[in-house]
Design a binder for this molecule. Structure first.
Ligand code: SF4
Length: 296
């Protein structure tokens, strides 16, 4: 099945699996979403959602953030990590919003990219979720992993992955597409141990199918190995028995030869006895030797 056909099937399945998929960052307006998205870099949405209620209560406008002292803002967002850089980005972006865009978060990719510290991913989050504009596809760590596992891209660079996905996924699904992949990445297709056995889109996943095939191949190999081992055991047993048989045969041959020697010795003595009517000392020695050999 081609990638575009798999995407078409996935678009039918995802809404059934994740009917309520949405961004898991809490926000009430574009500014709050912009701030929350900046804070979510290298941090979980859960942690961001713990920090933002107090933050959003204290700083209500772009100007408020822009005026906030660096140390004060750093302290307010400290637990989200990388707080110095995040504070710089928030203050610089909100300062531009206040000065250049009349205090309102712009609603176009071009203008959003003018804000310091705002990249394509953050702009896509804001446009798709705060303004309902499908301008691009958010490519985060989950979307990267899932797109590769589903066999929709071979790229590693987020912007190249986004380009591949934009060719495959119809535009009206771009925002939801990242929600579906992010939700599936968090609930099923984990980075280390994907739960392929219970995956709802298993038959559309390249990695899932490859995993199933390799486990079948592994099963066949282990059966073959077991069979080979049994055959080996059988042959070793047989060889052992042949060895015992040969030893027994040799022993019997030895006994037989010794007995014949003994008989031969007795016969020689008999001849000597008949010829000389007496046993010489030599013939007694021969007899004793032959008896000694046969006793061994
Ligand atoms: S089958 Fe496995 S690898 Fe593929 S999407 Fe599902 S969980 Fe992820």
């Amino acid at each position: 099945m081609k990638a575009s056909e798999r995407v078409a099937q996935l678009i039918k399945i995802w809404p059934k699996v994740y009917p309520n998929a949405h961004t898991e960052l809490n926000f009430k307006n574009p500014l709050e979403l912009l701030i929350a998205t900046i804070l979510s870099a290298q941090c979980t949405d859960k942690r961001v959602n713990m920090v933002t209620p107090a933050l959003f209560k204290k700083y209500r406008s772009a100007k408020d953030y822009a005026k906030a002292p660096q140390a004060e803002l750093e302290n307010a967002i400290k637990s989200t990590g990388f707080f110095r850089n995040k504070t710089k980005s928030i203050r610089a972006a909100t300062s531009t919003i206040a000065k250049k865009f009349g205090g309102k978060v712009p609603d176009s990719m071009e203008k959003l990219r003018e804000l310091p510290g705002v990249g394509r991913k953050t702009a896509n989050v804001v446009l798709g979720n705060a303004f309902g504009i499908n301008e691009g596809i958010v490519v985060d760590t989950h979307v990267i992993r899932l797109s590769q596992r589903l066999g929709l891209t071979k790229e590693k660079d987020p912007e190249k992955i986004e380009r591949d996905l934009m060719k495959l996924v119809p535009k009206e699904h771009w925002t939801n597409w990242s929600h579906w992949l992010i939700w599936h990445g968090r609930r099923r297709c984990f980075a280390r141990k994907p739960d392929c056995a219970n995956c709802e889109v298993f038959r559309l996943s390249r990695l899932g199918m490859a995993g199933r095939l390799s486990s079948v191949a592994l099963g066949v190999c282990s059966k073959l190995f077991e069979l080979l081992f049994q055959l080996l055991q059988f042959f070793v047993g047989e060889i052992f028995q042949i060895d015992q048989f040969i030893s027994r045969l040799l022993q019997r041959t030895n006994d037989f030869v010794e007995l014949e020697m003994h008989r031969f010795g007795v016969a020689v003595l008999g001849v000597l006895d008949q010829e000389h009517h007496q046993k010489s000392d030599d013939s007694v020695a021969v007899l004793m030797m032959s008896c000694h050999v046969s006793e061994k």
